[in-house]
Every structure is written in C-alpha cells, then in structure tokens.
Design a binder for this molecule. Structure first.
Ligand code: AMP
Length: 489
C-alpha cells in the first residue's frame, strides 16, 4: 500500500511523491528509488507570506523542542566510540562468517507477542504498539531475534547450508522506565546462528563476544546457566512456584505477580527484600535432564579449551519465553562505578522459536550487545585509568592563508584524498597561528602551508612539526613527497 503526500521542499516549493508504507517495506535498506522526489511544479511565494517569514525571530513563537522521554541524541563527539565499536563488530562478523541482515523497524505486533510471550515485561509493558493506517497492528521492534527468525522462514533460508549465521546492528524500542543505561530507543548489535543444535554454536557466540570485548579493552565476566528444555523447565517451575508461594508475604509486589504470571522471572528480581529468598530457591541445574546437562557441559568444555573465564550462575534465566538450554550474559569487571551493575549483553539458545513461528524446526542460538552501555563502559574505564580515546588519526594538516590559497587548497585536498592520504584542515580559520594550533592538536608529523606567494609559484611549504624545519615543494609533487616521508609509498 502506498499513500500520497506532499513533502515540503525548498523555500515554498513542494514535491509530490509516493511514500512506501508498511506493506512496501523490505528486509533490505529502504529502496531509495521509491522515494526519490520528483519536482512537479514550482509554487511562487505570495507577497504576504513572504512578509510573514521575514519577521525578526524575536517576534515569532520561540518555542524550542526537547527529546521525547527516554530518547537520546548521539553527537559527533561520540562518533569515535560508535565507529570503533561498529568496525570491531563488523570485523568479527567477517572473520567468523556472519552475513549482514537488515530488517525493518516496524513488524507485525503478533510476531513479538508470539516470540517473547505474554507475561514478559517487554510484551506486557514496554512494546511500542499501534495500529497502522491500514488497520494492521504493528510494533517497533523491541529486539531483533524474532525478526531474524521471521526472515529465516520467510526467505527460505533453511534451504541454504546450515547453520545460517547472520549479524545486525540497529535501534530497538522499549517503553521502559528510563534511568542510567536504560533508554526507550537504544542500539543493539546481534549475532544469530540458526539451524544447528550443536553446543559449538553457543560456544562460538560467546567466543565472538569475548573477542569483541577484548578488542575494545573491556575486561568482562561471562555468566552462564542452562534453563534446559520446556519439559525440564515445567518440572522445575512447579517446584519454584511452591517454594515462592510459601514465602509470599516476604516478597515484593512485582514478585507476588510473577508467581502466577512469569515464575522464571522471580530469579531476576533485584529488590533487596527478595534476595535472601532467591538465594535459598531451588536451582534449575538440579532439574535438568541428562541430555540438557550434557549440552551445558559441552559448551563449558569449549570455553575451557579457549581459557575463557565464566561463572556458573544458577539464577540467570533471561526474561524471554523463547530461550532453551544455554543462557549467558556479559558484565564488565574491574569497574567501581554503577555502570558495572548492568549487563553489557546477553543471549542464549532458542531451539523452538523458528518452529513456533511456523517454520521447519531449526534449533538456534543468538547474542545481543547493548551499544550505549558499551560506550559508557569504555568512558568509565578511561576515567578510572586516566586514559583517553583519540579520534580518527590523520596523516597531515593543510593550512591556508588568503582567499586564493583557500580555493587552491580545496583542489589539492581532493587530489590528496584520492591519493589515499588523510588530511586535516579548517577552511573557516584564516590566521596561521590558530591553524598551527589545530595541527598540534591532531599531533600530525607534517603540516602543509599554502599562502599567496606559494599559489603564484605553484609550490607549497612542508613543515616538519617536530624540528620546525620547512621546505618548499612543487604542488604537483606533494603527494609523492609526503608519502615518502610517511613511508606510505
Ligand atoms: P536483552 O536481550 O534484553 O538482555 O538486551 C541485550 C542487551 O541490550 C542488554 O544487555 C543491554 O546491554 C542492552 N539493553 C537492553 N535494554 C536496554 C535499554 N532499555 N536501554 C539500553 N540498553 C538496553
């Protein structure tokens, strides 16, 4: 379905275009051809309208706008963290052969209700659900695994060699209570392995995440548990409910509700009054079948093999219905701040999800990491260790003096970029002093200087930033000379 709308264009011009709507979305990135603006007609701005828009700002309504609660902007100063995290994730995906998957932000609400289950906080309290213009009940994805399973089924990926390994990165939406490290829109990075019951898949995901944290210099602890099969859990839940019922009067309000609604989440409770009860609660490990125990042991053996430290955590259950067998979470270690209290990521096996969503049985495992929390952790470590993360590195700085030099520098910058050199510059500063300060901040070994005289002569000054020695070089030879000096030839 498409809807016709007018998009405000440039100074009173409008463009008529068709915007693809929900049914027209694809699993790939938006098809930009579909929304390419087509200028139909120019509208001349009437005199009266023009007058109105010319009024000084002070006479207009000066309302400013804030963010919606729980949302946040990611400003350019954050870029160095986000870029490094993305590149680390991408590099690991390539090495471990996970193919990139992109699914839409909007999905049918039923997909998530079915996957995560009623009684979970995400479905009952946090999901952004609304009726689309055609009456379809849609939601803004609260996580990505259900969508990955939908894509696996819908695109017949079970026909490919199994397992199918995919990774994705993107915003997720949960109408949670905002607090430090908890947003209503946040980014997740995920890896999914669909189509193998082998414990090596669980171990491989943990290894990918462990490597990821190591590459970012974040020491982490892996907490791990097994919640067995549905049958194991059914037997265990009976025992757990009986135990918690006998302690009902000591429980927090949420836990009283959880007894009948989502008993496994009793073990997730952070309320102080419930901690002693949780400590004495029956442990699922004692209710696992032989096969479930063997699965967990095998995963642990693989981790031992790689000397990946883990902590067996009997209370770790993860909140969603689709998990079976192995569940795990990652926590930063060695941090004294509050940041260390929240999980940086987690995952586990979801052997029944694909079948539950109408596909052929395809046992699977996945892992999701929260980017905002990883960024805060990196910053917390930097603060604790009094270290900083430098921004992108550049090879040289290019300074200019005077109008003619400015336009020539633009041309030369383009040539140097094509030659593969990373050049820093600032065309909005005209004094040499301030440009040299910038060059010092970038810690470049050489600065190019172009003034009126050099423009006329077709030359450029190369200044060695350490010794202060300057030499004059033909503009045509800059690239070659600099590459030689930087040993990039
Ligand atoms: P989950 O599967 O819900 O455990 O989410 C995986 C990871 O995503 C968590 O360990 C967090 O790092 C991150 N995450 C989950 N919910 C939020 C949120 N509301 N705000 C920020 N990060 C979140």
């Amino acid at each position: 379905m498409t809807t016709k709308t007018k998009i405000p264009f440039f100074n009173g011009m409008t463009t008529k275009t068709k915007i693809p709507f929900f049914n027209g979305m694809t699993d790939k990135n938006t098809n930009y051809n579909m929304i390419k603006p087509k200028i139909v007609k120019k509208i001349v701005v009437k005199k009266e309208e023009k007058k109105k828009s010319d009024k000084p700002v002070s006479e207009k309504n000066k309302r400013t706008y804030n963010l919606i609660k729980g949302m946040h902007d990611i400003l350019p100063k954050e870029e160095k963290y986000w870029k490094k995290i993305f590149h680390t994730a991408e590099g690991l995906a390539e090495y471990f052969q996970f193919g990139r998957l992109d699914t839409p932000i909007l999905e049918e609400a039923g997909l998530y209700v079915r996957s995560l289950g009623r009684g979970t906080d995400v479905v009952d309290k946090e999901m952004y659900v609304f009726e689309d213009r055609d009456g379809t009940k849609v939601c803004m994805r609260p996580e990505g695994t259900a969508a990955a399973a939908r894509a696996y089924i819908m695109h017949g990926l079970w026909n490919n060699p199994q397992p199918v390994k995919m990774w994705y990165w993107g915003p997720m939406f949960r109408h949670d209570r905002p607090q430090a490290g908890r947003y209503r829109q946040f980014y997740q990075l995920s890896y999914e392995t669909i189509g193998s019951p082998d414990p090596i898949a669980d171990a491989e995901l943990i290894i990918v995440a462990y490597n990821f944290f190591q590459d970012l210099n974040i020491p982490v602890e892996v907490r791990i548990n097994s919640i067995g099969t549905t049958e194991d859990r059914q037997r265990y839940k009976t025992e757990l409910i009986n135990y918690y019922r006998s302690k009902r009067s000591y429980l927090c309000e949420d836990c009283r509700q959880r007894i009948s609604k989502n008993s496994m989440r009793l073990l997730d409770c952070k309320a102080e009054q419930c901690q002693p009860i949780k400590e004495e609660a029956p442990q699922i490990i004692d209710w696992l079948s032989e096969a479930s125990k063997n699965h967990l042991m095998k995963v642990l053996e693989y981790l031992d093999e790689l000397s990946i430290p883990y902590v067996l955590t009997p209370t770790l259950v993860r909140g969603l219905d689709y998990y079976t067998h192995t569940v795990f979470e990652f926590y930063a270690t060695g941090l004294t701040t509050e940041t260390a209290q929240s999980a940086l990521g987690g995952g586990g096996r979801y052997d029944l999800l694909v079948e539950e969503l109408g596909g052929k049985p395809a046992p699977a495992a996945g892992l999701s990491l929260g980017i905002e929390r990883i960024v805060s952790t990196i910053k917390a470590f930097n603060e604790q260790n009094k270290t900083t993360w430098s921004g992108p590195t550049v090879d040289i700085f290019f300074a200019q003096l005077g109008d003619r030099a400015k336009s020539r520098v633009l041309k030369l910058l383009n040539e140097l970029r094509r030659g593969g050199l990373k050049v820093a510059f600032n065309l909005y500063k005209s004094s040499l002093k301030s440009q040299m300060e910038l060059a010092n901040n970038y810690k470049v070994p050489y600065t190019l200087i172009l003034g009126q005289k050099e423009v006329q002569e077709g030359s450029v000054i190369i200044r060695d930033m350490e010794s202060g020695v300057q030499e004059i070089v033909d503009q045509k030879k800059i690239e070659a000379v600099i590459k030689k000096k930087l040993h990039k030839d």
